[in-house]
Ligand binder design. Structure first.
Ligand code: AMP
Length: 588
């Protein structure tokens, strides 16, 4: 690890004892739905490598990360060494500051190493959803021009390497690092996790050994060029208007958001934080891995993907003190715990977020999982992600019924359709402004301008503030489905289904689902003179779009319910579909 900038580094983790809880600034003034977060603790103008460096210098011998399924344990010292090795290897691949590198994998040790190694040399990490299929992978790689892709070999039914070979058959004949592929023209290197290389593909272990003294020597110089405002991470969020958008975040965005979210749950180096949420999402890689590093806590990854039983076993065996999850994960853990009790006496806190958190689930997590200090977070990828969160000292009622109070250094307001602020207690669209707002959508100035107006990120969520500044999320303005914590924009699926030659019209919407919160439904109309079946549409989706986006129910109809002005009435379709499913025992 290179030279330590002591004066700056010592401030990064030192959040001090200042108390933001009772700050008057977090309550609305003059009856207006406008909030300003506390000024304490201070923001740090720091990069991810600086954050890691300070954790290593303060907590070096302590556990940094444990990957239960892979059987890997690393101290902060070991993490630091492994990150430097990989960073040197990435330089040897010819990658330089500002280049984009994709990562496509479930939760594995290599994911976190790549996260910190890319940041170490200013490379922009591009998170690719492990559920993505060919169509989405191709889009993501090309949209941001990834020069390299670090990938798992396979996971469950997904053979990642096979999919990459379909996309870039040129790999068969090229030398590793010298790919020239027609469908992914910017991609040069594919790196597969594990010890074994493949034709045209480096192994992860090879890359870790590629860097020599020349690369090691370059690192301190590169370090000096890193700027907290640089883009360092791109996360794809599904777009309301079709293709996914690349939310681009800086060091400054995510370092500070990680610090403030873990501070609200009083995370310290004595904590052992279980992270069953996916690393490709900001919940895993900002609140999880960066959040842990910002406090010196140990990260405990129960498995490659979420499994309730496995997570509970690891919570108990590793004596975890905190755990993160989306509501459906907690529901599954509560069910599993009923069938097979575990000793969760070490648990204290955690975060539930990502989708509306039902009050009774919060109550049960509080009582049955021994998480007396569990908090809810609200936010979105575009705002680093967290903007609201409860304090562990809030009453159980407030912790269970609201998403808490605004984070430090942020402003939040609720606006009516005409853009005017609404009064306290009234609902409208939630907007947030401050250090946490993304730099923009990658290569998409128009969509950025639509979402961020005068610095305010328009969340598309409907919210209400109370007089003390607690926020409740009451609905969505945006046409989005949240299925088991995964956001799905109907438009993206509609556009994909349109690629079927017999589809003349199609509408995708969410219907309530007991287990997943919502599930995906589609109504389609066939072109005159053609035959169309739901099975055909499902077959079209398989292997091309992520499984969670594939409609669970499809109805082929002769026409769609429309308004007089010709707008499809999704609420009519939704109500009809719910009614039909009830009548037919869940099948149509
Ligand atoms: P993402 O960008 O994947 O983090 O998703 C952001 C969206 O998830 C928000 O715009 C909300 O619609 C939803 N969301 C996140 N947290 C919560 C929460 N605590 N309660 C209700 N909805 C939430």
């Amino acid at each position: 690890m290179s030279i330590l900038n002591e004066s700056l580094a010592s401030k990064i983790l030192d959040l001090g004892q200042s108390d933001e809880i009772n700050s008057e600034t977090t309550a609305p003034q003059n009856g207006q739905s406008y909030l300003r977060g506390a000024n304490e603790p201070p923001l740090v103008y720091a990069t991810i490598p600086q954050l890691l460096r300070e954790a290593v210098s303060r907590f070096g011998p302590r556990d940094a990360m444990i990957f239960a399924e892979q059987g890997i344990r690393m101290s902060y010292y070991e993490l630091d060494r492994a990150v430097d090795e990989l960073a040197a290897g990435l330089l040897a691949l010819g990658l330089t500051k500002g280049d984009r590198v994709g990562i496509w994998s479930p939760n594995r040790c290599e994911w976190v190493l790549t996260q910190f190694a890319t940041a170490r040399i200013g490379i922009v990490l591009v998170n690719i959803n492990p559920a993505y299929r060919l169509n989405e992978l191709e889009y993501a790689l090309n949209k941001v021009g990834c020069k390299a892709l670090v990938t798992a070999r396979a996971f469950k039914s997904s053979d990642y390497l096979d999919m990459i070979r379909q996309l870039a058959p040129e790999l068969e004949t090229c030398k590793p690092g010298q790919l020239r592929a027609a469908r992914v023209p910017d991609l040069r290197s594919v790196v597969v996790m594990g010890p074994d290389a493949d034709p045209g593909v480096y192994s992860f272990d090879q890359v870790c050994k590629l860097g020599g003294p020349a690369q090691q020597l370059r690192m301190p110089t590169i370090d000096k060029t890193l700027n907290p405002d640089d883009a360092i991470n791109i996360q794809f969020t599904s777009g309301t208007t079709g293709a996914p958008k690349g939310a681009t975040l800086s060091h400054y965005n995510i370092v500070n958001n990680a610090r403030f979210s873990t501070r609200r749950i009083n995370l310290t180096e004595s904590d052992r934080l279980a992270i069953p949420v996916p690393l490709y999402h900001c919940f895993g890689m900002v609140l999880g891995s960066l959040g842990a590093v910002s406090t010196g806590a140990a990260m405990v990854f129960p498995g490659e993907a979420f499994d309730a039983g496995q997570t509970l076993d690891v919570l108990s065996n590793e004596r975890c003190t905190a755990v993160y999850g989306v509501p459906t994960m907690f529901v599954a853990m509560l069910e599993d715990l009923e069938a097979k009790p575990r000793d969760l006496s070490s648990l204290r806190t955690g975060i539930m977020a990502g989708a509306p958190c039902p009050v009774d689930v919060m109550q049960r997590v509080n009582d049955e999982m021994n998480m007396k200090e569990v908090t809810i977070c609200y936010g979105m990828t575009e705002t680093s992600p967290v903007s609201f969160q409860s304090f562990v000292t809030d009453t159980t009622q407030k912790r269970c019924e609201t998403v808490g109070r605004v984070h430090p250094h942020l402003e939040a307001k609720i606006v009516a359709k005409n853009g005017e602020n609404v009064a306290v207690g009234e609902q409208g669209e939630l907007c947030t402004r401050g250090y946490s707002v993304m730099k923009g959508y990658w290569d998409d100035a128009d969509k950025t301008a639509d979402s961020i107006v005068d610095g305010w990120m328009h969340t598309g969520d409907l919210a209400v503030f109370d007089a003390q500044g607690f926020c409740s999320i009451v609905g969505r303005v945006k046409d989005m489905i949240i299925r088991g914590g995964e956001n799905i924009y109907p438009r993206e699926i509609e556009e994909f289904l349109f690629t079927h030659p017999s589809v003349s019209e199609v509408q995708v919407f969410g219907i309530p689902d007991e287990r997943l919160g919502e599930d995906v439904c589609a109504w389609a109309v066939a072109k005159p003179g053609t035959e169309l079946t739901g099975e055909e549409l499902i077959a079209l989706c398989k292997g091309q779009i992520a499984h969670y986006k594939i409609p669970r129910h499809i109805r082929i109809v002769s026409d769609l319910p429309m308004t007089i002005t010709g707008k499809p009435q999704k609420f009519v379709m939704r109500d009809k579909m719910i009614e039909m499913l009830q009548e037919h025992g869940g099948q149509v």
